[in-house]
Design a protein around this ligand. Sequence first.
Ligand code: LAN
Length: 727
Amino acid sequence: MWNALDVPDSPAEPFTDYNRWRLLVNDGGRHTWHYLRTDEEVERWPQNEVDRFWLGLKTSMPDLPPAKDALDAARNGYKFYKHLQSHDGHWAGEYGGPMFILPGLVFGTYVTGMSFKLEERLEMARYIMNRAHPEDGGWGMHVEGHSTVFGTALNYAALRILGVDKDHPVCVRARAKLHQLGGATSIPAWGKFWLSILNCYDWAGNNPVPPELWLLPDWVPFHPHKWWIHVRTVYVPMSYLYGVKYKMEENDLILSLREELYTQNYYTIDWPAQRNNVHEVDMYAPHTALFDMINVVLSSYESCILPPLRRAGCDAAYRLIVMEDENTGYQTLAPISKMFNLIARAHVEGPESTAYKMHAIRRADFMWVGADGMMMTGTNGSQVWDTGFIAQALVETGLANEEENKESLIKALGWIDQAQIQHNPKHYKEAYRHRTKGAWGFSTTEQGYSVSDCTGEGLKAALYMQFNLDFTPKLISKQRLCDAVDMMLTLQNPDGGFASYELIRGPAWLEWLNPAEVFGNIMIEYNYPECTTSVITALAIFRKHFPDYRKDDIQRTIDGAIMFLHKAQTPEGGWVGSWGICFTYACQFALESLSLVGETYETSEYSRKACEFLLSHQREDGGWGESYKSCESSTWVEHENTQSVQTCWAVLALMYAKYPHPEPIEKAVKLVMSRQKPDGSWPQEAIEGVFNKTCAIAYPNFKFSFAIWMLGKAHYYLQDLKAKKLA
Ligand code: LAN
């Protein structure tokens, strides 16, 4: 057990000295936060603007002369944002939002006997406290969500393990909320799983997660290699841990948690009756009858498992765990699988092994200190994504050519150059991986997963910086640009759309077997308007420079994608966003795609309908604002406040569609300019992103990149409209 943390009642002020935290950026954009304990270290390693900004400390960026016009506002925006560029050329950023990730870091660390530095523990506790729901003291699925059993039980247990006393006011309040919800028995499946690992929930209360599925021949339609990559990658270590029924040893804290988390006596709970007990506040995707039936069958198998078969299943899962670790430098695809893999490796190989040590070290890639404490991030960063957008924004707005920005562009290109993945994974087909050669991922090359749209945005950024600017070195060879194209062309699905990491591998009915009641559309890949657009716009720009390379393939791909986008438009005229909130996000992408084939407001019914749809949601103040709830229900839900980032997406969409009337755009530009602070930055507003329908996730750099992009572009767009009118 870790020693008790004596923390103040209020988490408002840092529990550590914030002047001592530093973000170390190395190895291709790797982020790790360090706490400097001695004054000597502080002197040797001064805090910089990047540290100060993300820690929420006062930056030293001066107030700027007020912007005269939209382009000037974009320029001021970049004067500020340039200071957030790291020395290696990329933009770092906080990638928080989900509230079910940090508990996993705490639990995995605890059950395997790893440790945290005291300052990390203090700030993790503070982060959790700061995120308690102001009204009821519980926690939700994500930072803006309502309190759920999932969020509350996991974060409560994490706080206690971190060392916060059960009589601390935050714990008392949270426990009351949890008990009001009926206690942890009705926690959703992934919560049951974590609590079982902690030995605070009986394995008999879980639906089976049999590792034997890995022994099925690959052609079986529901073989797990056909599942969406995130579910599959989480399922691999889960099935191993379930197979061995891993649980940590009892200790006083665990015994106490068994009392604190439940409203009834832990030892009298009817565990098998809890398997499908999920509280309605948590429920998004209820089990289907088919899934429940399968679980009945699998549960009876659990009482008479064939030990050699189970062993073989566990061995197969374990082999995949090892391959995943080796493919990703022990970070794995995302933070949930990271911690499950870590536990499995520790269980098999012990604390002296390289795997244990590497896993312990690579936890740091996900540990981010923000203004409210230390969180675990959704991936090891969003490096390519953020750098790709701002690079394109600077080139398209002409700001890239301004003398004072040239050096930053050269650095950004250098970073994008090294961020292209040039090889296929070490363990490739045998680990069920898709090609990576030529791709860009979402974060770093070491993490090494190709994503369709990250390749598109990475390629566009590279092409823009290499070909549209005369002062940049031409770092990326034609061959490598062609590799990116080849890679993207492998990802088109038969109906023309593009999914996220891979082709859609499994049948649609696999969604009926979704075990995670809290997420929707997770069992297989789906086509997304966003991903589809990033790919085909990149292909179109590539084609301008290399018109002969795979000419017919590129044309066929674009045509197919446009057909997909036509079909995906909702009857109201919008597109449902899956990775950003929500319609404004997806419309921006879809209309960019349509513009590629000359479909604009004046030439295409699809484009016109989309513009009318967007304009019907423009507010009096000129902006747009939709809630993350739009993503849950796939229907427009207004946010109580206008959002700058969404306003930028909507205006970009209208400009892609060549919307001919200036007024709505002018109004929106004014709104975004009015939100700019005197130092050129924009304040943080509501959360920007989403995944799996229900979980919001933060893209705090969007408020810079999309504002700069939109304002700079709108400046010229409005000038053109005026000129046309005069002519
Ligand atoms: C991301 C982040 C980036 C995102 C985009 C590139 C924006 C998107 O267009 C494609 C999908 C992708 C790569 C994506 C997929 C799902 C992720 C990895 C995340 C939203 C970040 C966190 C999330 C991951 C699933 C979180 C872990 C939780 C589980 C349910 C396993």
